[in-house]
Design a protein around this ligand. Structure first.
Ligand code: WTA
Length: 576
């Protein structure tokens, strides 16, 4: 505390007047194939201008700004301009629905929204501005919307509220003296799923977050001056915050940004771009790797991939088969793989190999990063013996960890620091893991009520509350079942209110309803109608049994606390 800095200055100005000044900060490729290169000097210019625009609009230190954009350079400019004036950004992934956007805007009381007319995805336009209009209908606190023209699709501009980025832009000065803010000044809020129906606003502050992101990017990606780094995560997720924007730009690296889908126009888009741009580092998710495997080796073999020197994965446990494929087919057995474990809450990578230094084992994130002290503990918080599973905790504070949940300190304490009463200083990750005889960490996955579907975190409670908001649904329970491609697939059990009939059409209606409430990433893979849900005598839904049923079709676990066994018999009989 007490130190001061400006995060955007640390990502931009510090490189000016050095050999990096005219180095590419961003190389952008849109899905249609348009390419733009933006140097550090140019990026600085853009950010300075936007910072003035913000200030002219009365957006300054502590104000919240929602960013709902495609993966285009303006999204990075918007984040850095917020940081420059001390405003707190909340980036909402473009795949979230207007309803989800509205909730996030209202929760943090954003007064400015930055969006685009649309973004390209598999040759189609995702209509972001239209979604913003729907969201704002229920978010009266929004005063201004800045709109980037990306796709040229028609949009409705509301007089006095909506301005085109380009028009706002004209005439603003090109330089901006950045003010220094306290090291603990809030930098961003990022909403993520937890165990209740309401997403949590994870709050990160300035100096500690930037330090974690910068230091880890430097060591884990072993950054060299002439690297061209490609992270396929969207800036709507924490990976995009730390390892597209802050960690990389603070290191003066060249970041490759791609707007669209990995299989457009063909499933070899990544490999084609890697060759054409000479990309050297690829950081992606296991679920993407499994898709590449499924699309077939031929798409990979058409390309040389000889510019690559390092590969990374993040977001979910990687199965050894996918790891081996990644190493052989993409890395040509030449590139080290860094399997990096971390969370929205930790802000930066916590468990990871250092390339070329720590021997890897396929499927293990290996060892803690500098200063990170994780432990595997039993339910009392005592360290578990090697090779026996337990709960993963972080036993010491770390600079890049979240500071609180926005507007809800009590939930923050309860959620993260109450699992082990004997160890109130242990941060509980929500993950299950084990340590092998060499001390290597193996992450099993979430053991709380959070699912990891294609590397995206989704709370079972969020899905359930979306389902029960449908007029025909009485009760719902969401569980995960292992899925070869997505890691976990989403299975929901639904009981209907009296007088409603089950049908395939209703299943489709419910899927779409969840899509509208949350976003299509949360649409259930399987919907099963049930006459009743298994509950304990105190009325709690026994998701454990439903998970077993969804996974194996059988229930072998303990059913002694079940209130009515006939429900299980009926559920089994109803199997698809
Ligand atoms: C999971 C993403 C295994 C884990 C950065 C964690 C992983 C959750 C790995 C956080 C990994 C992330 N191996 N599991 N390398 N990386 N996870 O907040 O369950 O979207 O708790 O952050 O993803 O997801 P989040």
């Amino acid at each position: 505390m007490g130190g001061k800095l400006n995060v955007s200055e640390n990502c931009l100005d510090r490189h000016l007047g050095t050999a990096r000044e005219n180095k590419a900060a961003l190389i952008f490729e849109g899905e249609p194939g348009d390419v733009r290169t933006i140097t550090y000097k140019q990026l600085h210019f853009h950010v300075c201008r936007l910072a003035h625009i913000f200030e002219n609009m009365g957006v300054g230190a502590g104000d919240r700004v929602a960013i709902y954009m495609p993966m285009i350079p303006e999204a990075v400019v918007a984040m850095l301009a917020c940081a420059r004036v001390g405003a707190v950004h909340t980036v909402v992934f473009g795949g979230f629905s207007p309803e989800a956007l509205k909730d996030r805007i209202n929760d943090c009381k954003a007064k400015l929204v930055i969006t685009a007319d649309g973004g390209w995805r598999r040759g189609k336009v995702i209509e972001l501005k239209a979604n913003v209009d729907k969201a704002i209908a229920g978010a009266p606190g929004v005063q201004t919307v800045i709109v980037v023209k990306r796709c040229g699709n028609p949009v409705n501009m509301v007089e006095g509220r909506d301005v085109w980025w380009k028009e706002a832009w004209a005439g603003a000065p090109n330089t901006h003296a950045a003010k220094a803010f306290d090291s603990e000044h809030p930098l961003f809020i990022l909403y993520t799923s937890g165990s209740t129906g309401k997403p949590k606003g994870v709050l990160h502050t300035s100096a500690g977050y930037l330090l974690g992101a910068k230091l880890s990017a430097h060591y884990v990606f072993d950054l060299k001056e002439n690297d061209r780094y490609f992270c396929s995560a969207d800036i709507g997720w924490v990976t995009g915050h730390s390892y597209v924007v802050y960690g990389l730009l603070a290191n003066g690296a060249t970041v490759f940004l791609y707007e669209g889908a990995p299989n457009h126009p063909e499933p070899d888009r990544f490999w084609e771009m890697i060759d054409r741009h000479g990309l050297t580092i690829l950081y992606t998710a296991p679920t993407a790797i499994r898709s590449f495997m499924r699309w077939g080796d031929n798409y990979v073999l058409r390309h040389r991939l000889d510019s690559l020197r390092l590969l990374g994965t993040v977001g979910e446990p990687i199965n050894p088969e996918a790891w081996m494929w990644y190493q052989k087919m993409i890395g040509k057995k030449r590139c080290p793989i860094v399997d990096t474990w971390w969370q929205t809450e930790t802000g930066s990578i916590m468990i990871t190999p250092l390339p070329g230094v720590i021997p890897t084992k396929p499927g293990s994130g290996t060892l803690p990063f500098f200063g990170v002290v994780p432990k595997i503990v039993d339910s009392d918080g005592n360290e578990a013996p090697r090779n026996s599973g337990g709960k993963l905790v972080l036993t010491r504070p770390y600079p890049s960890m979240l500071r609180t949940l926005w507007g809800d300190d009590a939930r923050y304490k309860k959620q993260y620091y109450s699992e082990f009463p004997a160890h109130p200083d242990y941060y509980f990750t929500g993950d299950g893991a084990r340590q092998d005889k060499d001390g290597y960490f193996w992450i099993v996955g979430r053991i709380d009520d959070v699912l990891n579907i294609s590397g995206h975190r989704i709370g079972t409670a969020e899905i359930e509350s979306a389902l029960v908001s449908h007029p025909k649904v009485a009760e719902a329970a969401a569980v995960g079942r292992p899925d070869e491609l997505k890691g976990q697939a989403l299975v929901v059990f639904v009981t209907l209110k009296a007088g409603h009939e089950t049908s395939d059409a209703l299943k489709e209606e419910l899927r779409n309803h969840v899509g509208r409430e949350i976003g299509s990433l949360a649409k259930p893979d399987t919907i099963r109608f049930a006459a009743g849900l298994p509950k304990t005598r105190s009325g709690k839904i026994m998701r454990r049994l439903l998970k077993e049923l969804a996974t194996s079709g059988e229930i072998k676990g303990d059913t002694t606390t079940l209130e009515d066994f006939s429900i299980i018999t009926a559920l089994k009989a109803d199997e698809e």
